[in-house]
Design a binder for this molecule. Sequence first.
Ligand SMILES: [Zn+2]
Length: 368
Amino acid sequence: MRCFEKASGAHLNITKTKAIAIGGWETSRNDLGVEYHQTVKILGIHFRSTMEQTMHGNWTLQTARIKTNAKQAYIRELCPAQRIRYIHSILLATIWFTAHILPAPVKYTKQITTAILWFIWKGVIFRVPTATLQKPKHQGGWALHDVACKCRALLLKRIWIQSKTEQMITAALLSEWGIVDHPANPPIAGRIPKTTAYLIYYALDMAYIETPTLMETSKLFTRRLYSTIYEMDRAGSVTQEMRIVRRNPTVNWNRVWRNLHSSWVSEDRISTWYTVIHDIVPTKERLFAIHLTDTASCRQCGTPDTILHRLTECAQGTEIWEWTRHQMAMILRVDQRHIPSDWLLTPYFQVRPSQRQQAIMWILAHLV
Ligand SMILES: [Zn+2]
């Protein structure tokens, strides 16, 4: 320290300096007179004496912060789509920085996922399964981030960059354990000490991931890391088709999702229509199936209470639907009998030109 002071001409301010005993450092000796601390915050990361403590300390703080923020934003009037946007841009924004540096233990990613799901659904009875919500939009999901997978992808990316930077401690450690370019497959993580847990994760995951080519940009590499880890996580588990797909396998679902997300209507209209298409509206029929009501019939007319019944058959619904159908028939210049009511539940149609398609989508979106 004295050498540093002599060479730099700077003087160490003891009162503003904190000391931290790393690993098995002996704290009884204190030659510089700098006070020892349990944690020291450097560039937003709370360092503790061991890697394990640093990891748990930081993730406990992050998880608590997300839970508090989700609670505060809970009462805001937002549709599910806006809630997911809020989660991605605000709630989770702070954890990606930590995820770059410290591995995220499952215990915390599970708690974070529970908090964001609670925030999205606000206690509704019928929900879209989380695995569906995490699918891309063109596959019937809403591209919700899988927190655990994204944390792992970001950490791998960071270590990979460091492994390529000369004179980095990480690069030296990786070369010491022989996992520089592409870790062996099957992984040989057993030899790496637990004190450098992040290298164990690296050796385990990177063994199955191709290193990026020169053509691949940094962003694309991160995306590939995420999607590979996501697929690896689900490997072996039975991937069930979505409930609506099983019920209506002949519908061109790709077109349904493409139509839905490319329609020129507000996000909350798309969001509402999405819940209608996924059939998660609490109709009597669905509530009766799980014994939450004593009848599956509509209270007004006694016929089975389904979404289609509510939209096109019951009370004012018939008139509104007939009028709307007439308007759409005029736009399309066809007989209104050619416009089936299932367009409301599965907008799979494709009409030309695109303005006409958008007009029909707009009308239907505002009807549901
Ligand atoms: Zn009715």
